[in-house]
Design a protein around this ligand. Structure first.
Ligand code: CUA
Length: 399
């Protein structure tokens, strides 16, 4: 009777294990599916280590299981007690030490090679904050030459087959940058600069997420690395450097005024001027605990928003057209940006209507005591539906 129950449990465990194994069909953050040199060197280390550990684990389970079964209590007298078996004990101390040394040597080698910075071909500064990532490209000869800084967020665009060095930090709490198919994690710590290499073989979008608990919306702090062929990367840079264009249609023009009245105290749009022709400079440091908010100058050149938590491309055909593009067609499709027909206007409008309802943030004005009145995240702005129409029209032109 009891034995029958045990088999049932075993059967259930095996069934659950098989079910769990089947869950990984669509796994964009699979750390066992490297897409670049750094991830490959981790893969070359972790696979043999997992195999060795698996074999050791299997042997331990089999031997322990055999001992439990073979010497189970059948009412026999207690065996004669001896001190032990010195030869076996010494052997079983030396063997794990040998295995650990065997694992340590390639591990140290891999860690050192992953920390190399001398072959860097492109530098991107990455800053984490509650709850989004900012990417800025400093002036450099790397990345094919950058004459004017580029500031973007949510999606880090890099050229393929290029050693990119992230210099990362944080503006508030500790975050962790993790794009599993390209490299391991690196904590981003306030007051420190940590480096992390990135390199992707093929064009495409590589998903990642913050991997260190950082408050309410930690789970909504996502990012993507977007890899483009060098030519397409040049086109992306040129677009990021393109000058501000005032709205072309009436609704968007109204949106510019609405934006200036409601959004521009936090969100920078480079090149936008006030009625006197003076540049409008955002001051998120007066509103936000982190002192920063995403730069929206070229919002529609990226295809996610709000910490990459939501799609700017409408789900289905529009999104799949870019995200599932074959590598050779990916670049041009990504560079199209978000067109009016493909805008995920439901999500964007919901966000403008009531951002804290879509993503948990510290935006209750009555609970900002600990931060001296500073928000963490985008507050509820009480915009009218007409204002939302205007803002969407205006933002759609921010390519
Ligand atoms: Cu940032 Cu978790």
């Amino acid at each position: 009777m009891f034995g029958h129950m045990r088999w049932k449990w075993l059967g259930a465990t095996v069934a659950v294990a098989l079910l769990a194994a089947g869950c990984a069909e669509n796994a964009p953050q699979n750390a066992f599916d490297p897409a670049g040199d750094n991830a490959q060197s981790i893969q070359d280390l972790q696979v043999p280590v997992f195999i060795i550990a698996g074999i050791v684990g299997l042997i331990v389970f089999v031997v322990a299981g055999y001992a439990v079964w073979r010497f189970r209590d059948r009412g026999q007298p207690i065996p004669e007690q001896t001190h032990g078996k010195p030869a076996l004990e010494i052997g079983l101390t030396i063997l794990p030490a040998v295995i650990l040394i065997g694992v340590a040597i390639p591990t140290v080698g891999t860690v050192l090679s992953l920390n190399k910075t001398s072959d860097t071909e492109c530098v991107v500064n990455v800053t984490g904050q509650q709850w989004w990532w900012e990417f800025d490209y400093p002036v450099q000869e790397g990345c094919g030459g950058i004459a004017e800084p580029i500031v973007t967020s949510g999606q880090m665009v890099i050229p393929t087959e290029t050693n990119v060095l992230i210099r990362g930090t944080s503006r508030d709490v500790i975050h962790s940058f993790w794009v599993p198919r390209l490299n391991g994690k690196r904590d981003m710590v306030p007051g420190r600069v940590q480096t992390l290499r990135m390199q992707a073989w093929d064009p495409g979008i590589y998903a990642g997420q913050c991997a260190e608990f950082c408050g309410l919306s930690h789970a909504n702090m996502r990012m993507e690395v977007v890899a483009l062929e060098p030519d397409d990367f040049e086109a992306w840079k040129a677009n990021q450097h393109s000058a501000y264009e005032s709205p072309t249609d009436e609704l968007a023009a109204a949106g510019e005024a609405t934006f200036q009245a409601n959004c521009s105290r936090c969100h920078q749009v480079d090149g936008m001027t006030d009625a006197d022709g003076q540049p409008i400079i955002a001051r998120p440091d007066l509103q936000e605990w982190s002192g920063a908010a995403p730069n929206l100058t070229h919002l529609m050149s990226r295809n996610t928003f709000a910490g990459a938590a939501f799609d700017l491309l409408s789900p289905g055909e529009c999104r799949d057209h870019v995200w599932d593009a074959p590598p050779e067609e990916f670049g041009p499709r990504y560079l199209e940006g978000v067109t009016p027909d493909c805008l995920n206007s439901v999500a964007l409008r919901d966000w403008l209507r009531n951002a804290p309802a879509m993503k948990p943030m510290y935006t209750d004005p009555t609970k900002l005591g600990p931060t001296d009145g500073l928000y963490r995240g985008m507050p509820y702005l009480a915009l009218s539906e007409d204002q939302i129409d205007e803002l969407v029209a205006y933002l759609l032109e921010r390519k």
